[in-house]
Design a protein around this ligand. Structure first.
Ligand SMILES: [Fe+2]
Ligand SMILES: [Fe+2]
Length: 192
């Protein structure tokens, strides 16, 4: 088989020289390479919303972990605290990704709640708090599922990151659902 015919058979392999030249060119710009087919500006804009959502979740769970009172609230408080820590990890991951894409992660407290997909809700009592968290988790789960479909193959790195976060949010939603059943006898919201 001739070299030309061979090359024709492997249309998807880019030679090392071209890859190196591209990488060198991109160093001067940012970490987005030419094979990145999503719109980086749009991706950054979306990730700012995800960052705000995660930060609001950190604040809500932290407040609940401290303010929850009542019989058998200790276990619930520990769960809220653990979730606050995980939401913080998510926020950092998302902020890092924004930075990699050449953006500036928006940590400005001004307008944070309106940038977020989920709400900051205090809740009147333990059951209220659990219910607010369950609602917030379900909103996050819906939003992230949508984003995974949106990023698809155009931005696999962002998609994989969101997939990892989604797995944890699904666990959070499940934890809140189980707590609601345990503390209220029956869930106020259907399982799905
Ligand atoms: Fe999260
Ligand atoms: Fe969560």
């Amino acid at each position: 088989m001739s070299a030309a015919a061979k090359a024709e058979k492997q249309p998807f392999l880019t030679d090392v020289k071209t890859l190196r030249a591209r990488a060198r060119k991109n160093i001067a710009e940012n970490n987005v390479t030419e094979t990145y087919t999503a719109d980086p500006k749009k991706t950054i804009e979306i990730l700012q919303t995800v960052l705000a959502t995660e930060l609001v979740c950190v604040l809500r769970y932290t407040m609940h972990a401290i303010a929850a009172t009542g019989i058998s609230s200790e276990g619930v408080k520990a769960e809220f605290k653990q979730h606050a820590k995980e939401e913080h990890e998510h926020a950092l991951q998302v902020a890092e990704r924004i930075n990699q894409l050449g953006g500036k992660p928006d940590f400005n407290p001004e307008g944070l709640a309106s940038r977020s997909a989920s709400q900051y809700a205090e809740g009147e009592n333990l059951v209220d708090m659990i219910r607010e968290n369950l609602i917030a988790e379900r909103i996050a789960v819906d939003h992230y599922r949508e984003l995974i479909r949106y990023f698809g193959d155009n931005d696999p790195a962002t998609r994989v990151m969101i997939e990892g976060i989604l797995t944890v949010e699904e666990e959070h939603a499940n934890d809140m659902h189980d707590l609601l059943v345990a503390h209220q006898g029956k869930p106020m919201l259907p399982k799905d």
